[in-house]
Design a protein around this ligand. Structure first.
Ligand SMILES: C[S@@+](CC[C@H](N)C(=O)[O-])C[C@H]1O[C@@H](n2cnc3c(N)ncnc32)[C@H](O)[C@@H]1O
Length: 311
């Protein structure tokens, strides 16, 4: 297999084993070039900032080998890029916030578009990730796709001097949008999207469910009772930071409260429950007694996540 064949399999193959082999091939290639492996995500701790936790470069590299996540995101981005390139043959601009050490969600594009068709602005808060991605693009001989790469905090940096973008991508999240800065980053970056531009992911929705203790049974959504949606996050119509959602508490013996995440990357490329670690069920609380309702509020602070109140 060569690099171009691997990107072909990642973006188009219907054979799951081929997709897994392609991603693993890319990981070996990226590791050889950058010296940075994704095999040991726990090697360094998370770092806390006023807007959430930042994963280490090892953990960011590890995202590549979360096969279903990488496949869905890479394919969604490929489809979005094809659509925009068809509309704007003179070339499109893509901003990637939190690109990590391999810019894994866009690097395949360099094998399927020319550098006149797409140009990339790559941003990460971690200097070593920007150094690594620079090394990688040099080794692949695709440096000319990079319009700019820079270290920056995407939650707050004023990027107005960079102009507007046709596609903006960020994947800075974990299940139920816990701890990381996906929402604060999206709030800042979406300002730089052209009016008809595409933000990826297109939508993130989180719903509350009641179930049994996850340790007793291997839960799937059909065994849970859905209470309702607690967050719908479309970049172009952002909910206010203060929004509180109140859901009535049903009559049920199930008393473990879970959050389930669904991610619409772009059009038909969707991550559903347990397709990936980003969409695995998150246990929020064990409910005692029979409350009338639960209120949910997503807090965008130094440890983002849902706060709940019973009534
Ligand atoms: C979950 S990793 C994903 C890496 C890569 N996007 C991928 O999908 O493989 C998140 C990345 O976002 C970066 N990041 C987190 N918070 C950031 C912020 N506020 N500004 C810029 N980059 C950030 C981290 O350093 C890390 O590289």
């Amino acid at each position: 297999m060569n690099f171009k064949e691997a990107t072909n399999d990642l973006l188009t193959s219907n054979d799951h084993q081929k997709v897994v082999a392609a991603i693993d091939f890319m990981h070996d290639y990226y590791f050889n070039v950058t010296g940075l492996s994704g095999s040991d995500p726990e090697k360094e701790n998370l770092r806390q900032t006023p807007n959430g936790y930042i994963v280490s470069k090892y953990c960011a590299a590890h995202c590549l080998v979360q096969h279903e996540r990488t496949k869905r995101f890479a394919r969604g981005i490929y489809e979005a890029a094809k659509k925009k390139v068809a509309e704007i043959p003179a070339g499109i601009r893509i901003l990637y916030g939190g690109c990590g050490p391999y810019a894994s969600l866009v690097t395949s594009l360099t094998q399927h578009f020319s550098s006149n068709q797409i140009s990339l602005v790559l941003l990460d808060i971690n200097e070593e990730s920007i150094d690594s991605v620079t090394k990688l693009y040099r080794a692949l001989n695709v440096e000319d796709y990079i319009e700019k790469s820079m270290i920056c905090d995407c939650t707050s940096e004023d990027l107005s001097t960079l102009g507007e973008f046709d596609i903006i991508i960020t994947e800075t999240m974990s299940a139920a949008l816990k701890n990381e800065s996906q929402i604060p980053i999206t709030r800042n970056l979406v300002k730089y999207l052209k009016p008809d531009g595409i933000f990826i992911p297109e939508n993130i929705s989180i719903s509350a469910h009641l179930g049994e203790d996850m340790h007793i049974r291997n839960l799937n959504s059909s065994e849970m009772l859905e209470m309702g949606e607690v967050l719908q996050f479309k970049p172009q119509t952002l909910p206010s930071k203060e929004k509180i959602v109140q859901l009535p508490y049903p009559q049920t013996p199930l008393n473990y409260l879970y959050l389930l995440t669904k991610i619409v990357v772009f059009e038909n490329e969707i991550l559903e429950l347990s397709d990936s670690t980003l969409t695995r069920p998150i246990l929020l609380d064990k409910v005692f007694g029979q409350p009338e309702f639960i209120q949910f509020q997503y807090l965008e602070d130094e440890a983002p996540g849902f706060a709940i109140k019973y009534g």
